[in-house]
Design a protein. Structure first.
Length: 239
């Protein structure tokens, strides 16, 4: 008999509620150095379970006979099966990647100073002078460590999408440039190429003539305006 194991996909309701919870946690616990995944999980499981939330227990599995005696046990339950964020694994695989993809959170490397430095006990050997000061400084200033933490993304740093570029118009599309003629026979394709080439040449000639007409008209207007400006000066001289 083949071994069949029934696994549950991420509950859509759990993902939706989990996203809301993580957003609240990050907003309420803002830290310049960000929050680690473990810290987010610690704060998230303290959030109240939404009213009406239906969790999915992942212990429902098909049983597998073993030598005709007994059955294999189901996988262990998640730490918090009743909560939308039921486990650290669920947070890592189903919640944080979505927020990262939506440009809401980003993971960065940051330096932190470990908490809980060892205090100097009263019954320790007493030291004097500079040696005592150095010992106290070393005990109160542990070396920073590098951790990965999640931080909110600054909206101003997200590049704005570039506007679509206007399509470049190919000269001669009106007469068939760029069309697909593969459905035509070789003879008709050659004839069509020749016709389009002649039409394009005619269009270029007409465009050049039109451009020259515009330049000529602009020159005539310039000379006319110049003549009009000179007429009052000549009349004044005669007077």
């Amino acid at each position: 008999m083949s071994a069949l194991t029934r696994t549950t996909l991420p509950n859509r309701s759990a993902v939706q509620e989990g996203l809301k919870i993580v957003r609240r946690v990050v907003s309420a616990n803002q830290n310049p150095n960000g929050l680690t995944t473990a810290e987010i999980f610690k704060f998230a499981i303290k959030e109240e379970i939404p009213v009406g939330f239906k969790h999915e227990l992942s212990s429902i599995r098909s049983t597998i006979p073993s030598n005709g005696k007994g059955q294999k046990s189901a996988l262990p339950m998640p730490p918090h099966p009743e909560h939308p964020i039921k486990s650290m694994s669920f947070l890592k695989k189903s919640i944080l990647p979505i927020l990262e993809g939506h440009k809401e959170l980003e993971i960065v490397r940051t330096a932190r100073i470990p908490f809980n430095p060892s205090p100097i006990r009263a019954n320790q050997v007493k030291r004097k002078g500079k040696e005592a000061a150095n010992a106290a400084s070393a005990a109160s200033a542990p070396a920073p460590v590098t951790v990965w933490a999640w931080k909110p993304v600054d909206p101003t740093t997200i590049p704005k999408p570039q506007p679509p570029k206007a399509p470049i118009k190919t000269f001669g599309t009106e007469v068939g440039v760029g069309e697909d003629w593969s459905h035509l026979s070789k003879r008709r394709q050659r004839a069509r190429v020749g016709k389009v080439w002649r039409d394009v040449a005619t269009m270029k000639s007409l465009a050049a003539e039109k451009k020259q007409q515009v330049l000529d008209q602009a020159e005539r207007n310039r000379l006319l305006n110049l003549k009009r400006r000179r007429q009052p000066v000549e009349i004044a001289k005669e007077v």
